[in-house]
Design a protein around this ligand. Structure first.
Ligand code: CU
Length: 484
């Protein structure tokens, strides 16, 4: 009897799930329907740190094998994942500012891949340009100088036309860059500094990921995973925690809140710490955006259950993770009112302004999926450069989400490689509260217009700008620019 047959017959079904339901009753069902998956019963997992294969005076060297593996994501079922080191999420890479990271990736999958360090300021041949593919059986060395501020970055797949599926099946992990400024602050550390990769997924009857590449509006699932665990719970004590929130969904916007509207202290954005903390009660987070927040559980009593929710969704999908306050613990550390000097740019009196318009185009040549997503009316062509920008010069870029036909309206979170940017205006008004730090990705809803200021530094070469709805990206909503 195979393991799967055993599972289907409920041989392993002696365990009792949360709410008193027998595991066997779940396994007897043909489909792992989202409602049948236990909620807030499985403990949150923290991805392990990747150990360097060599530490030298100026650098850390790592090797990562991208391979298929079997992982128990849903209780009692096995999901085939495509993982960095066979793990979903991938192992966390922790690095220090100005210390070189060398990662040798070997592709043992049956599909081409490309690795992008999202938010990294890296040379063009290490940036994961969509056409720089690591073909099955081959390797590629990525070099990350880390000459940038401390920030919550993430590494993920970026293979041309394949990113949505490759990330959906598991190719994503955290890359946490630390520096002296941040280390000098009394922020929660170690087990109290918790990365949370939030993703939605769908599963087939056999436990495999259900991914439909033809979903050109964007893939959405009916199971919320955090660090690869469906609807997890985490035991906490009555003290402050730092959560590094990452929207790793292919195409789902999040509007995060704690217990409806309890306070969250926002301390950082995509590009690192803010100058000062800001207290918020609701946090929009589009695909690939990150936010660092402090949650002070001392305001709850032991026994309390605190939910992180996505208030955009109906109750079935709204609650994402439950924090169970289980211990009293003294915590007299105060988050300082002055966090960092972000080194913001000055807006120049005169500068080059470029406009990037994101829209759907209807194409009869592409039947049966006739929607093509374009930037300035063009599809991505890795051999065509759509802008030459000068190194070290400040430019203004305007992102527009144009939806001439309402049916084809869709958010297009915009991500720029190489440079972080400052948001100057959102629809002619000041940026939202959580957008007032360094950003590399900005939400862009239907009809919106966002003006940013940016300066490309350190490297010349070809880079990309694209929508971070992964199915839009795979259906050509990318453009190449060159830093000269
Ligand atoms: Cu898009």
């Amino acid at each position: 009897m195979t393991r799967r047959t055993a599972l289907r017959l409920g041989v392993l079904g002696g365990a009792t799930m949360a709410g008193g339901r027998r595991l066997s009753s779940l396994l007897a069902m043909d489909l792992p329907r989202a409602e049948a998956i236990p909620r807030f019963a499985l403990p949150l997992k923290i991805p392990p740190d990747l150990v360097p294969t060599a530490r030298k005076s100026d650098r850390d060297e790592y090797t990562i094998v991208q391979r298929e593996a079997a992982q128990e994501i849903l209780p009692g079922r096995v999901t085939k994942i495509w993982g960095y080191e066979g793990m979903f999420p991938g192992p966390t890479i922790r690095v220090r500012r100005n210390r070189l990271t060398i990662v040798r990736h070997t592709n043992q999958l049956s599909t081409p891949t490309a690795v992008h360090l999202h938010g990294g300021i890296n040379p063009p041949d290490s940036d994961g340009f969509a056409a720089d593919l690591v073909t099955p059986g081959s390797s590629r060395v990525y070099t990350y100088p880390n000459r940038q501020r401390a920030a919550t970055l993430w590494y993920h797949d970026h293979a041309m036309d394949k990113t949505g599926e490759n990330i959906c099946r598991g190719l994503a992990g955290f890359y946490l860059l630390e520096d002296e400024e941040e280390q000098s602050l009394p922020l929660p550390r170690g087990p109290f500094d918790v990365p949370l990769l939030i993703q939605d997924r769908a599963f087939s009857a056999d436990g495999s990921f259900a991914y439909d590449a033809a979903r050109h509006m964007g893939f959405e699932g009916d199971v919320m995973l955090v660090n690869g665990v469906p609807w997890p719970k985490m035991d906490v004590s009555t003290r402050k925690y730092r959560f590094r929130l990452l929207n790793g969904c292919n195409a789902r916007l999040l509007q995060l809140a704690l217990n409806g509207a309890d306070p969250l202290m926002l301390i950082g954005t995509d590009g690192g710490l803010l100058p000062t903390p800001v207290t918020i009660t609701s946090l929009p987070l589009a695909m690939a955006e990150r936010a660092d927040v402090i949650v002070d559980f001392s305001r709850y009593s032991t026994g309390a259950q605190v939910f992180l929710t996505n208030t955009r969704e109906n109750p079935a999908l709204a609650r994402i993770v439950r924090f169970d306050v289980v211990r009293r613990e003294a915590d007299d550390v105060l988050v300082p009112s002055r966090l960092s000097d972000p080194g913001f740019l000055e807006r120049p009196k005169a500068s080059t302004t470029r406009t990037w318009s994101f829209r759907a185009t209807f194409s009869f040549h592409d039947l049966p999926t006739p929607i093509v997503w374009t930037i300035n009316g063009q599809r991505f062509d890795p051999n065509r450069s759509d802008a030459a920008v000068t190194l070290d010069r400040v430019e203004l870029w305007r992102f527009r989400n144009e939806a001439p036909v309402r049916l084809l309206g869709s958010p297009h979170p915009t991500h720029v490689h190489l440079a972080h940017f400052q948001i100057l205006e959102r629809n002619g008004k000041p940026p939202l509260v959580h957008e007032r730090g360094w950003k590399d990705t900005v939400a862009l809803d239907v009809g919106e217009d966002v003006l940013v200021m940016l300066r490309f530094e350190q490297f010349r070469g070809r880079y990309m700008l694209h929508c971070h709805n992964l199915e839009h990206e795979d259906r050509s909503m990318m453009t190449r620019f060159d830093v000269t």
